[in-house]
Design a protein around this ligand. Structure first.
Ligand code: SF4
Length: 400
């Protein structure tokens, strides 16, 4: 808690505060302090412009407008990500997934990682203008940019602000190859724009669909569209000429990891013409872990102990389990493709499933993925074919 906030709290005349009252006061004071900051300094590279309370279909949400000084982020060289540059237009996410690894980023803003993360959405309102300036061809050189690496670029706010839509226009204008990972069917709004961009640059979309299980979906991803609708979006994007794969992530141990559940999702993805199918196991880093366990205790209390045993003090399950999952998905993909192949009388082409064994550095990972060689084999991923999490038998899952 900032010292200025602590000081004001101690001055508060009510000495018998309940936790709820205390929380309400702290929240209110945070905002007063935020609003009082000179020039609205809100993030080292962002400037708070104003705050909007959502109405109508956005009621329950607050939008914090900021101007970002820079919009393209460079991924640290030591990262295991298969891409080097990202844009994250929103912070916080109304999809409210209980396991979301991005939650702790809200703590940097002096906001909570629970309800605040789900409802107080930071909007970089100058994203499109910044991108247009930073991605100018002479300066940028047509390098790949990934969207959806932190929070969802098609979350509810996008329906109001159209910033991801604007970015697609900039990518096409400047011929910047790009990928998008989302859990939202709102991406279909931009299907024609994306299809047009594919004529100019390499584009790859990925819908994140962890499971088709209705109970698990409703409990763990309460703000997202139904999984079946997302699968339908995969089919519609591919039909429109926008290559689209499926990221099954995260698969939740003891909730969505049975063979039947995984097979059903893979079958649906293959049926939708997914260009790739990748699965990721849940990881629980500090902060997110507490949030997830609180949710587990309410929604599936009988699983708290088994989870504690399974995860112990670690954030990631053993690497061998991720490999087993990848192998299983590859097998289910083959199963699902077999009838299609038999009907066509041809060996199958897409989708892709297998992930190579985890390489140790980015150059090697890109080589294994066929990027350095510019491989034309449709079974080998090209740079923009890489779903955000394709290199993630490694402990750096990105989930949107
Ligand atoms: S996991 Fe993705 S879709 Fe879900 S809350 Fe986080 S950023 Fe949003």
């Amino acid at each position: 808690m900032p010292s200025v906030l602590r000081g004001r709290l101690l001055e508060h005349p009510n000495t018998c505060l309940t936790n709820e009252r205390l929380f309400a006061i702290v929240s209110r004071m945070r905002w007063q302090i935020t609003e009082q900051r000179t020039q609205g300094a809100f993030w080292p590279d962002e400037q708070l412009v104003e705050r909007h309370v959502g109405t109508g279909e956005y009621s329950g949400l607050e939008f914090l407008h900021v101007n970002a000084r820079a919009i393209v982020n460079r991924v640290p060289a030591a990262s295991h990500m298969p891409f080097e540059h990202t844009i994250n237009t929103y912070r916080g996410c109304s999809h409210a997934c209980t396991y979301c690894f991005a939650r702790p980023t809200h703590a940097y803003l002096d906001l909570g990682i629970g309800v605040d993360f789900d409802t107080k959405i930071v909007v970089k309102v100058n994203s499109v203008e910044r991108a247009r300036a930073e991605l100018a061809p002479l300066r940028w050189g047509h390098r790949h940019v990934a969207l959806g690496t932190n929070t969802d670029p098609y979350q509810k706010a996008e329906g109001k602000y159209h910033l991801t839509q604007g970015l697609i226009g900039v990518f096409a204008e400047h011929r910047v190859p790009f990928s998008i990972l989302t859990k939202s069917t709102l991406i279909l709004r931009d299907a024609r724009r994306l299809a047009a961009a594919t004529k100019i640059v390499r584009v790859q979309a990925n819908l994140s669909v962890a499971t088709l299980d209705q109970t698990v979906w409703k409990a763990s991803e309460p703000g997202t569209p139904p999984p079946a609708k997302r699968i339908e979006a995969v089919a519609r994007l591919n039909s429109a000429g926008v290559p689209c794969g499926v990221l099954m992530g995260p698969i939740l141990p003891m909730l969505s990891d049975s063979d039947e559940q995984i097979r059903a999702t893979v079958k649906a993805a293959v049926g939708a013409g997914a260009t790739n199918v990748v699965g990721l196991l849940l990881h629980l880093r500090p902060g997110v872990r507490d949030h997830y366990f609180e949710w587990l205790a309410q929604a599936f209390p009988h699983l708290v102990e088994p989870y504690e045993r399974r995860y112990g003090s670690r954030a990631y399950l053993p690497h061998v389990e991720q490999k087993e999952l990848s192998t299983k998905i590859a097998r289910f993909v083959e199963e699902a493709r077999a009838p299609r192949r038999a009907r066509s009388g041809r060996p199958g082409s897409a989708p892709v499933s297998a992930i190579p064994s985890a390489p140790t550095n980015r150059a090697e990972r890109l080589r294994q993925l066929g990027i350095a060689s510019g491989a034309a084999d449709p079974l080998v991923a090209r740079p923009s074919d890489i779903p955000v999490a394709l290199a993630l038998p490694l402990p750096f899952a990105v989930i949107a």
